[in-house]
Ligand binder design. Structure first.
Ligand SMILES: Cc1cc2nc3c(=O)[nH]c(=O)nc-3n(C[C@H](O)[C@H](O)[C@H](O)COP(=O)(O)O)c2cc1C
Length: 262
C-alpha cells in the first residue's frame, strides 16, 4: 500500500522527518507499505494570495500555477496520508499552514472521502494536543478518516529513558491504529450517523440558498445524497429535516442580505 508522507518542517532531516521514518519502520513490520516523502519546503508551493477564487468559483480559478496540483494528484493516488509538522508557537508550521490554505476549497467540497490519514507532530514539550486537534479538524473537513494522532516530544537536551519509552509507545499505538484502518476495506455503502449527515445537509442547503455566491458548491452538492454512496436511516433523515429547519433559522443572519444592504 502506498503511503504519502507530507513533511511540514523546513528542516528536512529534523525531528519530524526522523519521527516519520520511525513510523515507516513500525508500519513496515505490519505490512507491505511503500512510503513516499514530500517535503513542502521543496514542493514549489507559492503562498496563498488570498484572492478567494477557489472557494466560491473552483480551484481551477486559482491564479497560482505551481506544485499544488502535483501534491493533490499524489494525495489521490496514495492509499494513506501521513501529515507531519513541528509545533511552531502552539500550532502547525507556516509551511504546513500555507499548504492547508492553498487547499481551502476542500473544506467546502471535500474530495478525499474514503481515504485514511495519520497525523504526526513533534514539539519541544508544549502544544502537540492543540496542533493535532487542529490538523484533525482540517483533514476531516477534506473527507479523510483520521486513524492515529501522534505527538512526540523532542526536547533540545538528551531525552530520559522515560521519555524515549513514552514516545515509542505513542508511535507504536498510532502505527497500529493506522495499519488497522488501512487494512479495513471501505464498505460499498457507508452507514452515516445523524451528526455527519446533518453536516452534509447544512452545507448542501446553504449551497442551494446561496447558489449565486457559491456556484462551485452548488454544482458539487446538487443531486448528491451524501459525499459518497451511503446508508442513511429513516430516522436520521426525518430528524435531520426538523433539525435543519431549526439550525437554518438560527443561522438566518449569516446568509445573503438584500441588495440595498450591500
Ligand atoms: C519557530 C519555532 C517555534 C516553536 N514553537 C514551539 C512551541 O510552541 N512549543 C514547543 O514545545 N516547541 C516549539 N518549538 C520546537 C519545535 O516544535 C521542535 O523542536 C520540533 O521537534 C522541531 O521539528 P523539526 O526538527 O522537524 O523542525 C518551536 C521551534 C521553532 C523553530
Amino acid at each position: 500500500m502506498k503511503i504519502l508522507t507530507i513533511i511540514g518542517s523546513p528542516r528536512k532531516k529534523g525531528n519530524t522527518y526522523q519521527a516519520a521514518r520511525q513510523l515507516e519502520e513500525e508500519m513496515k513490520k505490519k505490512g507491505n507499505y511503500k512510503f513516499e516523502y514530500l517535503f513542502l519546503k521543496d514542493a514549489n508551493l507559492e503562498p496563498c494570495t488570498g484572492c478567494f477564487n477557489c472557494v466560491p468559483n473552483g480551484i481551477e480559478f486559482c491564479p497560482l500555477k505551481d506544485g499544488r496540483e502535483i501534491i493533490q494528484e499524489k494525495m489521490f493516488e496514495a492509499d494513506g496520508l501521513v501529515i507531519g509538522s513541528p509545533v511552531y508557537v502552539m500550532t502547525v508550521s507556516a509551511l504546513l499552514k500555507n499548504y492547508i490554505d492553498r487547499l481551502a476549497y476542500l473544506c467546502h467540497r471535500p474530495e478525499y472521502h474514503g481515504k485514511k490519514a495519520m497525523l504526526l507532530c513533534t514539539t519541544g514539550g508544549m502544544g502537540s494536543k492543540e496542533t493535532l486537534n487542529y490538523m484533525e479538524t482540517v483533514v476531516e473537513s477534506w473527507g479523510y478518516k483520521v486513524a492515529g494522532k501522534c505527538g512526540l516530544t523532542k526536547a533540545p537536551w538528551p531525552p530520559t529513558n522515560g521519555l524515549i519509552k513514552k514516545n515509542t509507545k505513542n508511535l507504536e499505538k498510532s502505527a497500529h491504529e493506522f495499519d488497522k484502518s488501512l487494512k479495513t476495506p471501505n464498505k460499498k455503502k457507508q452507514s452515516v450517523g445523524l451528526k455527519d449527515y446533518m453536516g452534509f445537509r447544512i452545507v448542501q442547503t446553504i449551497s442551494q440558498n446561496a447558489n449565486e455566491y457559491l456556484p462551485a458548491d452548488y454544482q458539487f452538492y446538487q443531486g448528491k445524497e451524501y459525499y459518497q454512496p451511503a446508508k442513511i436511516g429513516f430516522l436520521t433523515k426525518a430528524l435531520s429535516g426538523v433539525l435543519l429547519k431549526v439550525i437554518l433559522f438560527m443561522m438566518k443572519d449569516m446568509g445573503p442580505g438584500e441588495e440595498e444592504n450591500k
